[in-house]
Design a protein around this ligand. Structure first.
Ligand SMILES: NC(=O)c1ccc[n+]([C@@H]2O[C@H](COP(=O)([O-])OP(=O)(O)OC[C@H]3O[C@@H](n4cnc5c(N)ncnc54)[C@H](OP(=O)(O)O)[C@@H]3O)[C@@H](O)[C@H]2O)c1
Length: 508
């Protein structure tokens, strides 16, 4: 690894964090949908931080494609976004002058061939760089339109430099539409040009899982059906759906979180060690996990999944309205805002070990974790005492307070053999140290051509085929269980864990 701090000196007067990573080749970055929320909240703050760190070549240009706005209006909105979402970047001094000189704008509709001609001309007259990254920060229905526009104009041709196209989930809404999207894109681009981003995998704590698994020997002997009772992978959120009612009503929690983020994390937890740490080797192991996942039957969907929707309640001091009262949601909506599913991986390592993935909105707190719950004691010496020993759990906290916790039993101090629970904590970052934002990690990966953390077409289709039987059963429902916003009282969750040691782990 190389420390590249020096390259950023001309644009950074206040660099305050270690910038470790490979410098990217000189590349121009094109953002389609550059006037949207993702660009403002995530992409620009991440790019600006990368630039400041020297991880993005300082002569790179960022070309926003948007319609109906002037360059000044666009820049003003980016500046506002940086002040809000990249607070450690000072936008009131010389720095902003340097940053803003990087931005170019192409005004046009994405469905119009003329826009790609303008883009081609803009790239031609920039800085002589031949590499380009195209980021589709637009609604998914536009992905094929953009790929076709790039293709027609010759902008996806890689003869002179790489041309990589990044798309955001959802990659289809079911198996059929995901296959269609893959097919359409692969007719216009090669699979190696397509980077399907999953920001969950960009979290340092998720990557750290791979290092913990494959750079330490002590876990491997325990990491299988002989020692593990079950595994929980969760993403609890206290927020609601924001302005996304239109999307969420069609999607629901299963599609939105489980099919994508949580199943991806499951593959990393369950996969065999790859033969080398390359995109192909890692993705080959991940797809083997997905292929081994047992498919649901109609009757197992009922027993092994949970769907529920929040009703009104309170979180902290805030009164929360019911999902059905949210703007844009129909009053008789039966869309699930909470979902859980119990998966089995039919292979030697994991036979019989449930992987329970769950997610929900308007829960008491925002926490995302992987809980490896070990089997109960074979024989309990201490069961006559007040606090019986618990089964050990190894918890990978993905968010917030990234780190690893091991729940153990210890002796109570004093003249007693009573046990008490203790937690060994290993925070991922010491106080004051930065954990990189997922978008910084992933944009850097795209620019350096590392596709390890991006989903390949076969993975996406395989995960949809696993989810499909659940969707088939759920699509006919006419009512849904409710949980109070701000509570863990989700009907069906305790039952889902009845035979799991220690039951449902509600984050504390
Ligand atoms: N926001 C997030 O945090 C987030 C997180 C995960 C995934 N995503 C995904 O990222 C993508 C973008 O999300 P977003 O939240 O940024 O959406 P957004 O705020 O609606 O932005 C989309 C942008 O695309 C532009 N656009 C749409 N059709 C166009 C056309 N024909 N010609 C030119 N511009 C067009 C829109 O321009 P107008 O405003 O002029 O219509 C808008 O600026 C979506 O696929 C979303 O699912 C977003």
């Amino acid at each position: 690894m190389e420390n590249l701090a020096s390259n950023s000196e001309s644009v950074s007067t206040a660099m305050d964090k270690e910038c470790i990573g490979k410098q990217t080749d000189p590349t121009n970055i094109v953002i389609f949908g550059a006037g949207g929320d993702l660009t403002k909240r995530k992409l620009i703050p991440a790019l600006v931080k990368m630039l400041r760190c020297g991880l993005l070549h300082q002569e790179s240009k960022i070309i926003g494609v948007l319609k109906g706005r002037s360059l000044d209006e666009w820049l003003a909105s980016l500046k506002e976004g940086i002040s809000e979402y990249a607070k450690d970047v000072d936008v009131n001094n010389e720095q902003w002058k340097n940053f803003s000189a990087m931005f170019k704008m192409v005004d046009g509709d994405l469905a119009d061939d003329a826009t790609y001609q303008l883009l081609d001309a803009a790239l031609e007259n920039l800085n002589g760089f031949t590499h380009a990254m195209f980021y589709c920060a637009v609604p998914p229905r536009m992905y094929t339109t953009i790929a076709a526009g790039l293709h027609k104009q010759g902008l996806s041709d890689q003869t002179k430099g790489f041309r990589r196209v990044v798309i955001e989930k959802p990659f289809g809404m079911d198996l059929k539409s995901s296959k269609q999207l893959n097919q359409e894109l692969q007719e216009l681009l090669s699979e190696t040009q397509i980077y399907r981003i999953d920001h969950y995998l960009g979290k340092e704590s998720v990557q750290n899982l791979l290092v913990y698994r494959f750079a330490n020997t002590i876990l491997e002997p325990l990491w299988n059906r002989n020692y593990v009772d079950h595994i929980q992978i969760s993403a609890a959120e206290d927020i609601g759906i924001g302005y996304r009612a239109n999307y969420y009503e069609k999607s629901g929690a299963l599609r939105d979180m489980i099919q994508s983020h949580l199943m991806q994390v499951m593959t990393l937890v369950a996969m065999e060690p790859p033969v080398e740490f390359t995109a192909k080797a890692v993705r080959d192991e991940k797809i083997k996990v997905l292929r081994a996942v047992r498919h649901f039957e109609k009757d197992t969907v009922k027993k092994e999944t949970v769907a529920a929707q929040y009703s009104s309640g309170t979180i902290g001091d805030a009164k929360i309205k019911a999902y059905v009262a949210e703007e844009g949601v129909s009053a008789d909506s039966v869309t699930e805002t909470f979902s859980a599913a119990r998966f089995y991986i039919d292979n030697w390592r994991w036979q019989g070990v449930p992987f329970i993935l769950w997610t929900g909105k308007r829960l008491p707190k925002r926490v995302s974790e992987i809980v490896i719950r070990f089997r109960k004691l074979p024989f309990n010496l201490f069961d006559t005492h007040a606090t019986p020993p618990i089964a050990n759990s190894l918890v990978f906290r993905l968010h917030p307070d990234e780190g690893i916790f091991l729940r153990m039993n210890a002796k109570m101090p004093g003249l007693t053999t009573d046990t008490q629970r203790m937690v060994m904590r290993a925070p991922y970052s010491e106080d004051g140290q930065d954990v990189s934002d997922a978008y910084e990690v992933l944009l850097h990966d795209v620019l350096t051509g590392d596709a390890t953390l991006f989903s390949r077409a076969d993975e996406v289709e395989e995960s949809w085929s696993i989810i499909e039987p659940i969707l088939d059963v759920w699509k006919d429902r006419i009512s849904i269980d409710r949980y109070r916003a701000g509570s863990w009282d989700v009907p069906g969750m305790d039952e889902l864990f009845t035979d799991c040691v220690g039951g449902w782990h509600k984050p504390s």
